[in-house]
Write a protein that binds this ligand. Structure first.
Ligand SMILES: [Zn+2]
Ligand SMILES: [Zn+2]
Length: 829
């Protein structure tokens, strides 16, 4: 069933700010209790300064006459008592005592719910808050099954086995350490091993022959475990559970690839006689069972009712003021979120509140820390030395020293880059300030969850940046505090993703007719295309891989088509990372300022044929924006709704895009320093889009003047792109837009929003499904913005290829009203 319209019913706001049941549960449990797994936290410490109640301090700050209106919302999250459930009778004594020794003395209701489903053989996704002990959902059934089977007697003995998949090698290694400490107690039959790129031959051989619990990532499955399945026959044949941890990371094109890796895994498990149960763990997102079901290709039972306890906390939404005197022509500007955060940090530190500020870049971390130190120096010279920046580029020992100083109370304030969020190991914080939406709601709660010690109330402050999504969030607290509307989306039917996995599957075992169903409705077409290309050959037992190369080399599961462009540090030759071929011309063209994991780099050259960009470490005082020309053509309509005389469509489009120059803008003032031409080839992208049209008749009867239409459509397009990440876990770079007062294919005013990846990534489709809510939120954001003629908080876009011209803010509101007026009260699929 499609996932669209019924979500509309639960959008209504709770603007008064109360917390509904089923709301966020990110706050760490009270001290002392440890859940098994890497997320466990040490006992809270009571050292260092004891400051004031952080929320009380914030209230006083907000009350001052100069800050009126900045505290947009303050919500109290009450204590929530634990709901415990009895231990399932099937958990054997050794498992229970090993877990008890690690601190798990009782179980929360959601852990038992999920574990019971899994033990009974039902695929399950547990989607509860940060630190709610999701790992017990799979540890209980998996450990119990292995322990009940006992020690393997011989190498050929087919014993039950568990495969644990994490999105990264590091997370799998963390999980291995947790499991080893559990299994070290006395659990016969539990033999864990990590399988990843760091293994030597001996370790790999041991894992193949003896391990009953393999910890790996999708990459190693795709490249090693599945293509070499004969060597893993013992393990695959015994497979009883497959754990897919942190499954909300599998989004967009990457998630679509992982969906096919899991299908290939299922097919091989069946071949060797196993029928594993899948246990998935996800952050709290909307419709986790829909995404999990799509990821697996099978129905999944959701467990979302969180039984873990939560200590009380406050969440504040903070909006920096509009700057006086900013000109209407350039759009009004709000005070920078980082300046605002530095000021809040100063005041909280002065009151003895231990505070961690998250910002986007290394430069911002330095700026916030040094501004706060300067301001603190004016109050008390000693305090100035008690704030620091924490960022990439520091040696591990420097970072550990900062963590220690923050935990002990020697440091009272730290500004850190978002990118390091997962790497920070601190406890005893009172407050967390998040500067700008970190991309997903799950990430925001993860950051807020860093605060809270003892039984004291913790404080999380979200400081809005000058951006439509941030603006929407501060004026719609329910989007952060209520039930999530953000869904993790994937599109396993993307032919660019499907094709290479069909090839890989055929190379693993000949593909039969019956197998095709597993790979979705487009599999037959995909197999036919591969056969025509001479890569597959049909024989009585199915389609065989007949090409010479390794079939698994056809798919790079971390990239989205085309050779990813490698970012190389010119001086040292070090590989810093990669960007997708599709976005490279706009993000790593010659002269671009490129931000990677909070570090700033300057691109010296881009070679698209070689797929390499050479960068040097630099920190210029300007940003760069690519200018481009884009054309879009409709190739086919998959789904369509009539909204009165308007139409809302989802389908395939071809987008031709050429980056023609780039602008350098001064940081802070935004002043344009120069427009540098670029010589880059046009690129055509065939992808999925959602688009809407408004007819001439509708426009004739409306109050939008013909001359304003291009600006109105363009402004509506920008704002809608800014708001889509509220509903689908994507960021602005994953999607693009085109708007036109008359499009040749529709002969009407048309606004397109498309997936920025070949074949689509699921974002546009999600936009189609939640279009009414999404476009209504877009209109509200524009309407609610205090600027006169449009600003970065509503209709201006930092990635506009047209320099934000033309834009008509009020026209966009009227245009969206014409469109939304046509939405039927009840929409039938
Ligand atoms: Zn505005
Ligand atoms: Zn634009």
């Amino acid at each position: 069933m499609p996932v669209g319209w019924h979500t509309a019913a639960r959008a209504p706001g709770c603007r008064s700010g109360g917390i509904r049941s089923g709301g966020p549960t990110a706050w760490r449990h009270s001290a002392g209790r440890r859940s098994a797994g890497r997320r466990s936290v040490g006992p809270a410490r009571q050292t260092g300064v004891v400051g004031a109640d952080p929320t009380e301090v914030l209230r006083q700050l907000a009350a001052s006459s100069t800050r009126v209106d900045r505290l947009a919302h303050l919500a109290a999250l009450p204590d929530r008592p634990a709901r415990v459930a009895p231990w399932p009778s099937w958990v054997p004594e050794p498992v229970r005592s090993a877990l008890a020794a690690s601190g798990v003395r009782e179980l929360w209701s959601h852990q038992v719910d999920a574990a019971e489903h899994a033990y009974a053989g039902r695929h399950v996704v547990v989607s509860t808050g940060t630190a709610s002990g999701k790992s017990l959902a799979y540890l209980l059934p998996a450990l119990s099954t292995l322990v009940a089977a006992g020690e393997p007697r011989s190498k050929r003995d087919r014993r039950p086995a568990v495969l644990y998949l994490a999105p990264t090698k590091a997370l799998a290694r963390d999980q291995l350490a947790a499991l080893e400490s559990l299994a070290g107690v006395d659990m016969p039959g539990v033999r864990p091993a990590a399988v990843d790129g760091d293994n030597d031959r001996e370790e790999r051989a041991w894992a193949r022959d003896h391990a009953t619990w393999v910890l790996a990532n999708p990459d190693i499955c795709h490249r090693t475990l599945l293509p070499g399945h004969q060597r893993w026959a013992r393990f695959l044949g015994g497979l009883r559970y497959v754990v897919v941890d942190e499954c909300h990371h599998y989004r967009g094109v990457f998630g679509s690839h992982v969906a096919h890796v899991l299908r290939r895994l299922r097919r091989l498990a069946t071949h060797y006689g196993a029928d594993p149960t899948f246990v998935l763990a996800s952050a709290t997102v909307a419709e986790s069972e829909v995404t999990a079901g799509r990821l697996l290709g099978m129905p999944v039972v959701p467990v979302t009712d969180d039984g873990s306890p939560r200590t009380g906390a406050h969440v504040a939404l903070w909006e920096p003021p509009l700057l006086a005197g900013s000109s209407a022509r350039d759009g009004q500007v709000r005070r920078a979120a980082t300046s605002e955060a530095a000021e809040l940090l100063t005041d909280l530190v002065t009151a003895g509140v231990r505070t961690l500020v998250f910002v986007r870049s290394r430069r911002a971390a330095e700026t916030v820390a040094s501004a706060a130190a300067r301001q603190l120096g004016e109050v008390d010279a000693d305090l100035a030395s008690r704030v620091a920046a924490y960022r990439g580029g520091y040696l591990p020992e420097d970072r550990r020293a900062i963590e220690k100083a923050l935990t002990s109370g020697e440091l009272v304030g730290v500004a850190a880059t978002n990118a390091l969020e997962l790497g920070i190991d601190v406890s005893g914080l009172d407050a967390v300030i998040t500067t700008g939406f970190p991309g997903t709601r799950a990430a925001l709660w993860q950051q807020f969850g860093r605060a809270g010690r003892d039984r004291r109330d913790a404080l999380g402050v979200f400081v809005a940046r000058d951006d439509p999504l941030d603006r929407y969030l501060v004026s719609h607290p329910e989007a952060i505090l209520g039930r999530p509307v953000e869904a993790t989306v994937i599109d396993p039917d993307n032919p660019y993703v499907l094709g290479p996995h069909l090839a890989a599957a055929a190379a693993e075992l000949p593909l039969s007719e019956a197998d095709l169903e597993l790979f979705g409705p487009l599999a037959a077409e995909g197999v036919a295309a591969l056969s025509r290309a001479g890569m597959l050959r049909r024989r009585p037992r199915g389609w065989y891989w007949t090409a010479r190369e390794r079939a698994s080399d056809l798919a790079d599961i971390r990239s989205s088509g085309g050779l990813p462009v490698q970012i190389v540090h010119g001086e040292t030759g070090r590989l810093l990372g990669t960007v997708d071929a599709a976005t490279a011309p706009a993000t790593v063209h010659e002269g671009a300022v490129y931000l990677h994991q909070g570090e700033t780099w300057l691109v010296e050259s881009l070679d698209l044929d070689e797929a390499v960009a050479i960068v040097r470490s630099d920190d210029p005082d300007y940003t760069t924006t690519a200018r481009s020309v884009t054309e879009i053509g409709i190739r086919g309509v998959d789904r369509e709704h009539a909204w009165g005389a308007s139409r809302l469509c989802f389908g395939t489009v071809a987008v031709t895009h050429q980056v023609v120059s780039y602008l350098r803008r001064q940081i802070g003032s935004g002043e344009v320093l120069g427009d540098e031409p670029l010589d880059l080839p046009p690129r055509t992208l065939e992808t999925k889009a959602v688009w809407w049209t408004v007819s001439d008749d509708q426009l004739g009867g409306s109050d939008v003047a013909t001359a304003d239409l291009p600006g109105a459509a363009h402004a509506a397009e920008h704002a809608s792109i800014g708001l889509l990440p509220l509903f689908a876990t994507c960021d602005r770079w994953d999607i693009g837009g085109v708007s036109t007062a008359r499009h040749p294919d529709t002969d009407e005013l048309t606004v397109f929003v498309y997936d920025g990846h070949p074949g689509g990534a699921g974002f546009a489709e999600r936009g189609f499904e939640v279009a009414r809510d999404w476009l209504a939120a877009t209109r509200e954001t524009i309407r609610g913005c205090g600027c006169l003629e449009g600003c970065p908080s509503c209709v201006q876009s930092p990635k506009c290829g047209n320099q934000n011209h033309p834009l008509d803010k009020s026209g966009a509101i009227r245009l969206l009203t014409v469109l939304l007026d046509g939405v039927p009260a009840v929409v039938e699929e």
